[in-house]
Write a protein that binds this ligand. Structure first.
Ligand SMILES: [Zn+2]
Length: 378
């Protein structure tokens, strides 16, 4: 059965801190130390084949310190722009106008994403991995910061990645940076506007209020909104692989990929559309990725969630799966987490972190301090 990415928008209640003394940075790190150093739970249904392993599940909260927009604040509402509604997969695949609007906004938003760098939390995760405390990372983030920071620690990108595009017809990938250059070439007026925005500092400031003053709204996944912009004039390139070798459809019928004089995708085409290699809302997670994430959970003895409210079901169910496996669950997240009481229903009262941890602290501080503590052996 497919697993679709869908947004979840109800407000989330504030967390119950577990254990109770994890309500300070020192208390939280001490609890996590116990969490990481405890022997694997005897309640584990399927013990990892190669001994004791911890899997990390990360979300947007870990990239906020890199200057990237989060989907929700501590109150569980969209932080930057309450009217923002992300594009859905069916709109992108079926509607040329929707694609033009998407790419125009992404063209402006990309510069911010391209400039953003991994932060101290990603580096701390890398250190935990290199020292054997973390065996795998599953991330909901599409910014590629995990594979970039710690290539030797495996990362499963649950919702794909923005660094590439994928052709909906031939499935070949195309680098986003090259695509950006093509967008500039096909849309000189927009490129000029982007240059002006960059010169004015509207895109470089991390302050959303300042951006708003300059007529821009910033949304997650590198989306920038300009009220009343002429989106319908925007042009985007066709898949270069499809253009070279006329693709054939599943029924053996040929697929047309037409371009205008400058090389922009033309509406007479029946294929050759490039889509960002992210799992869009309303799109199924590829089966291979879904299975890899489930296996990563099943072969681990505990799971730690960092910077995620588990608002998307695809992430939430992995933690649910971990509790069904009898694995201890830890959560480091500012603010509430969807349905978290179900993860902590059977925590023994004497728990000091060994069976469960729930803290509401900043990920970078917690993880950096935890690395130091684990290195010292407490
Ligand atoms: Zn193609």
């Amino acid at each position: 059965m497919g697993l679709m990415r869908v947004p979840y928008t109800s407000p989330l209640p504030l967390p119950t801190i577990i254990p109770r003394n994890a309500n300070t940075l020192t208390g939280a790190v001490a609890a996590l130390y116990n969490f990481f150093t405890a022997p694997p739970s005897h309640q584990l249904k399927s013990r990892g084949k190669d001994g004791d392993k911890t899997v990390l599940l990360t979300g947007a909260g870990i990239s906020v310190a890199s200057g990237l927009a989060d989907y929700r604040g501590t109150n569980g509402t969209y932080t930057l722009n309450k009217t923002y509604r992300p594009i859905y997969f069916h709109e992108f695949t079926n509607d040329h106008e929707a694609r033009k609007r998407y790419w125009a906004r992404s063209f402006l938003g990309w510069t911010n994403l391209e400039r953003a760098r991994p932060n101290r939390a990603h580096h701390a995760v890398g250190m935990l991995g290199e020292r054997g405390w973390v065996s795998k990372v599953i991330t909901q983030n599409v910014d590629s910061f995990h594979p970039l920071t710690h290539p030797s620690v495996p990362t499963i990108e649950l919702h794909g990645y923005l660094r590439s595009l994928i052709c909906l017809t031939c499935r070949s990938e195309y680098p986003r940076s090259q695509f950006q250059t093509e967008l500039s070439r096909l849309n000189p007026t927009w490129a000029e506007f982007l240059a002006e925005m960059l010169a004015s500092g509207a895109l470089t400031t991390e302050n959303p209020e300042e951006r708003k003053k300059k007529g821009l709204k910033t949304n997650p996944d590198g989306d920038v909104d300009i009220p009343n912009a002429p989106y319908s004039t925007f042009r985007y390139p066709a898949c270069p692989v499809c253009l070279q070798n006329s693709p054939v459809g599943v029924n053996g019928n040929s697929i047309r990929v037409d371009i205008d004089l400058d090389g922009a995708w033309a509406t007479t085409s029946t294929g050759g559309i490039l889509k960002p290699a992210v799992v869009m809302f309303g799109e199924n997670i590829p089966t291979l990725v879904k299975t890899a994430a489930e296996s990563a959970v099943d072969e681990s003895s505990r799971i730690l969630v960092v910077g995620s409210s588990l608002a998307t079901y695809s992430a939430w169910r992995l933690v649910k799966r971990a509790t069904e496996n009898g694995m201890p669950v830890g959560i480091v997240n500012l603010g509430g987490v969807r349905g978290e009481e179900t993860f902590f229903a059977n925590v023994p009262p004497a728990n000091t972190g060994r069976f469960a941890v729930r803290c509401s602290e900043k990920a970078d501080l917690v993880l950096e301090t935890l690395v130091k503590l684990l290195e010292r052996g407490k």
